[in-house]
Design a protein around this ligand. Structure first.
Ligand code: ADP
Length: 270
């Protein structure tokens, strides 16, 4: 579970996030949206521990990221997959080598890499492009390579920051379908995007920011009037007793039954 409690982030004394509070349960798909400069990327950076809050806490399954030791932080980061608008592909490596890179960094065996690669290449529709270099790829293929790289280590949480910024609308939709599919298989997905069309298409929980403040937190399209604000939903529905008892790693693990149940019954996203 991810909890932002009254999080304020300042740069040079200026609030770019002001007292932001929300809670995201395992298995949810959440769009963090709002215009450019609203604070979306700052939320992602706080979540990967690249920045620390100025005030308030960012918690993942009960652990306040400000007080997590450096060594544990590295382990925590392995539980998270990240995909950025600037896909950060390694240009001198092939598609397959780019995708395998996080597993190599984690010290995974060649056998594990050989096992996972074909499956993920197929899932991302990249089988025929495995030996291509990034410069030879279309925008959509680059985005799917970056997505494959973000999930090859089976993260519990996938953070996607404007992942389709350089992709045409058709390819963008394909990437959204993949994100949906990844979420269905149990991964918590947090998508930061200013793209109202994507938010409408996904029709998931939307946390909408403006000038660093949450102005809406509900399920629906971008402009849709909320049917039920998150704050009105009783807390007890969202907290799985299973998740409460587990450690950071276990509670974030994608394949728990309790979490799937929360996802379907409380969040209402198929
Ligand atoms: P979004 O992702 O919604 O476009 P950001 O989170 O990137 O917004 O930025 C929110 C605000 O914080 C912007 O006004 C941006 O200029 C400012 N900002 C972001 N990073 C820094 C930084 N490192 N130093 C100073 N200001 C920053």
């Amino acid at each position: 579970m991810i909890v932002f409690k009254n999080v304020t982030k300042q740069y040079k004394g200026r609030d770019v996030l002001s007292a932001v509070s929300f809670r995201i349960n395992p298995g949810e798909f959440v769009c963090v949206t709002g215009p450019s400069g609203a604070g979306k990327s700052t939320i992602i950076r706080l979540l990967i521990g690249a920045e620390a809050s100025t005030k308030g806490s960012v918690e993942v399954d009960g652990a306040d990221l400000r007080s997590v030791p450096r060594s544990a932080m590295q382990l925590f980061r392995r539980r998270v997959g990240v995909m950025f608008q600037d896909d950060k592909l390694l240009e001198h490596r092939t598609v397959a080598e780019n995708i395998a890179y996080p597993l190599e960094v984690c010290g995974a065996s060649a056998a594990l890499i050989r096992k996972r690669l074909p499956t993920i290449l197929k899932r991302m529709d990249l089988v025929g492009r495995a030996s291509a270099f990034p410069s030879e790829l279309s925008g959509g293929e680059r985005a799917r390579t970056a997505l494959a790289r973000a999930i090859i280590h089976h993260p519990a949480i996938l953070l996607a920051d404007e992942p389709t910024g350089n992709v045409d609308p058709k390819q963008s939709k394909a990437v959204m379908e993949l994100l949906r599919d990844i979420n269905r298989s149990g991964t918590t997905v947090i998508l930061a995007t200013h793209d109202t069309v994507l938010v409408d298409l996904l029709h998931t929980r939307v946390i909408r920011l403006e000038n660093g403040k949450v102005i809406r937190d509900s399920i629906g399209g971008y402009e849709e009037e909320p049917k039920q604000e998150r704050s009105e939903i009783p807390q007890a529905i969202f907290v799985s007793p299973i998740a409460q008892k587990k450690s950071v790693g276990e509670a974030l693990h994608p394949q728990t039954k309790g979490r799937k149940k929360i996802h379907i019954t409380a969040i209402g996203v198929a």
